[in-house]
Design a protein around this ligand. Structure first.
Ligand SMILES: NC(=O)c1ccc[n+]([C@@H]2O[C@H](COP(=O)([O-])OP(=O)(O)OC[C@H]3O[C@@H](n4cnc5c(N)ncnc54)[C@H](O)[C@@H]3O)[C@@H](O)[C@H]2O)c1
Length: 446
């Protein structure tokens, strides 16, 4: 978002904004700000336009960084994109808003009158109106300012990490709302300078609570759509059909074109937590304990358990025993062509295998160190010799392009494809060479 804002230009090509990225004075925060401050994008990315835009904005001098909160003193707009977690594995998730509230308070104490504070963090519905507004009013009162002196709005990113990362911010529809009409108008003006609103018009909602809800409903819908596939995956494998073939046929219908495919599970920082937000907010912020959201919470549970099914399938392939087997995982990030391993389903898959006594190694073209597993990863595909099983766990392009038969070079590990990386032809070639290969979502031998 910082790079997107710094890339905004006036009609005559001049930068519209002087952007300062602010992060915490922690090791992570300092490192990220140091890199961005040198014009380097602080994460490995496959989006060349993001790398180029970061370096261009740095060279032009309108993208700087700091860990010093005094940066808020001069800000006309503050975009809040900090995390807000929920203990999502609990049966009754509960928010602890303290860090978020403190961060907001720190901004409100310093920004000049007239500034816009735009909340982009995924927050529980009611946050702007019920949690942040009282803080804003309290702090403005201390400063002797009217409660309308600073404008509060909400808008959420629909950012898609990957090769169109930057474009997914600047060229995509956005929802927004303001706590007041004036805040909404200022937010609209700001977003219109960053997003191609001619092609992707903004959608204004009548309250920030509605906008906050839209983000969460959108992600819960996605998570439920993925969870829905789980039972059909198991069914298809059990009765010996190819679920991919079935889904391809169904997706021809425009009304069903976004039905999801089988896989190893759901990961990332959003879909794994967001479905728990609204049930918790209904209880904590609106005192509506009767709103249970059984469907959304069941989706979360199903998605959390999905990697276990892949473990079972691998066990069967290895004649019921994974103990002391050498298993190579290909792909550890939660999504194709990115290096983000947060809440990756591959982590749970690996942990289950390690707990059962397997020796797990992994390779990922985007990850050199797997922090959640404290595991260094090799810079190139390890050879399959001395490997009992190979599991495709992330559908990176590089893995899709792999010449599987040449790489196997006569070795015969069992192969499990959990993410549809191996083509039908490759499966047939492997089988003709005596390699046992199966896929999640397909019956044996398909
Ligand atoms: N990653 C995505 O694709 C995505 C998409 C849509 C929405 N979101 C939402 O955006 C928010 C941020 O997600 P993320 O993936 O960028 O998280 P992240 O953890 O990668 O980045 C957040 C950054 O905020 C910093 N931070 C924390 N507290 C701070 C403070 N008080 N002041 C300044 N900096 C602070 C952290 O050090 C960190 O560098 C979350 O609410 C997430 O759900 C993320």
């Amino acid at each position: 978002m910082a790079v997107a804002v710094a890339s905004a230009r006036s009609d005559n090509g001049d930068p519209l904004y002087q952007v300062t990225g602010v992060d915490q004075d922690t090791e992570v925060g300092r490192e990220r700000m140091a890199m961005l401050g040198r014009g380097e994008f602080p994460f490995r990315t496959t989006d060349p336009s993001l790398v180029e835009a970061t370096s261009r904005c740095h060279a032009q001098g309108n993208l700087t960084t700091t860990t010093d909160e005094s940066a808020y003193d001069e800000a006309d707009v503050v975009v809040v994109d900090i995390p807000l977690d929920i203990p999502f594995l609990d049966d009754a998730p509960q928010f602890d808003m303290a860090d978020f509230e403190n961060a907001f308070r720190g901004v409100v104490r310093r920004v000049p009158a007239g500034a816009l504070i735009l909340i982009e963090t995924t927050v529980p519905p009611g946050t702007c109106e019920r949690i942040l507004m009282p803080i804003l009013i309290e702090e403005l009162d201390v400063r002797g300012l009217d409660k309308s002196a600073i404008h509060l709005a909400h808008s959420y990113e629909r950012v898609m990490p990957g090769e169109n990362y930057l474009h997914s911010i600047t060229h995509f529809w956005r929802v927004y709302a303001g706590v007041t009409l004036q805040a909404a108008d200022i937010c609209k003006t700001f977003l219109s300078t960053i997003i191609d609103v001619e092609q992707y018009p903004l959608t204004r909602l009548s309250s920030t609570t509605a906008s906050e809800t839209a983000k969460l409903m959108e992600n819960t819908y996605r998570a439920a759509n993925i969870a829905f596939i789980d039972e059909w995956t198991k069914y298809s494998e059990a009765i010996g059909i190819d679920l991919y073939e079935v889904i391809d046929a169904i997706r021809v219908r425009p009304t069903h074109s976004n039905i999801r495919f089988p896989g190893v599970g759901v990961g990332g920082y959003c879909l794994t937590k967001d479905p728990a937000f609204v049930p918790a907010a209904a209880r904590q912020f609106f005192s509506k304990p009767g709103l249970d959201f059984p469907f959304s919470l069941l989706s979360l549970k199903i998605n959390q358990a999905m990697p276990l099914h892949a473990v079972d399938r691998l066990k069967t392939l290895l004649s019921g025993e994974v103990k002391e087997k050498n298993i190579l995982l290909l792909g550890v990030s939660y999504r194709q062509d990115i290096g983000d391993t947060r809440y990756s389903p591959v982590e749970q898959f690996a942990r289950e295998l390690i707990q059962a006594g397997s020796r797990v190694q992994a390779y990922d073209p985007f990850v050199s160190y797997w922090p959640e597993m404290d595991m260094p990863l090799p810079p190139a595909m390890p050879p399959p010799s001395s490997v009992d099983a190979v599991v495709f766990t992330t559908p990176h392009k590089e893995l899709k392009k792999l010449d599987l038969v040449s790489w196997l070079d006569g070795c015969q590990p069992v192969i499990l494809d959990t993410v549809d990386v191996v083509s039908k032809l490759q499966r047939e070639q492997c089988r003709s060479l005596g390699v046992q290969i199966e896929s999640i979502g397909r019956g044996d031998g398909l």
